[in-house]
Write a protein that binds this ligand. Structure first.
Ligand code: THU
Length: 162
């Protein structure tokens, strides 16, 4: 027996970090706008996602809940499904995610991570377009950047064995 350890590189920025590009900053703003459009009467946890597609096209999505809870959809997949349906030939370069919580009326101080289902969809989108998706997780105190969605889902089920 041996043990392998899987670690992932996460870049950590402060919101005013000059190393954060204007393009990434504007995508974060789009994610914040998307959170405003979320439908989250049950969790009151308003998630916004913004995708930058090939050709600098920006697409937004937000969580859309339902009284039958599992019927709801996360912000990340709302954005990915919209992009897939509207721009099927455009690769996804970057996703930014921001969360606004009704309880305190603030964006989260620490970044929130995409759920497992959304990670699975992000990884397949990477494989579909054969290029990594940069993942930007926004918090008011710090911002994480992960250079590939695959890093967020080690030992992914890829479907190759199907
Ligand atoms: N949610 C997202 O939109 N993205 C995630 O990655 C995690 C959770 C939504 C689903 C639900 O509407 C609310 O946040 C609480 O789980």
């Amino acid at each position: 027996m041996k043990t392998i350890e899987i670690t992932i590189p996460v870049e950590v920025y402060t919101p005013d970090d000059p190393m954060l590009s204007e393009s990434d900053r504007s995508l974060i703003e789009e994610a914040k706008i998307a959170a405003r459009d979320s439908y989250a009467p049950y969790s009151k946890f308003h998630v916004g996602a913004a995708l930058r597609l090939e050709g600098d096209i920006v697409v937004r999505g937000s969580n859309q809940e339902n009284a039958v809870y599992p019927v709801g959809c996360c912000a990340e997949r709302t954005a990915l499904y919209y992009a897939g349906a509207t721009y099927p030939d455009k690769a996804v370069n970057t996703i930014a995610i921001a969360v606004w919580r009704e309880a305190d009326g603030l964006f989260l101080a620490q970044p929130a991570s995409p759920c497992g289902v959304c990670r699975q969809h992000l990884v397949e989108t990477e494989q579909r377009f054969k290029q990594p998706i940069r993942v930007i997780l926004y918090g008011t105190e710090c911002i994480y950047v992960i250079n590939s969605a695959a890093a967020l889902l080690p030992l992914t089920f890829t479907g190759e064995e199907l």
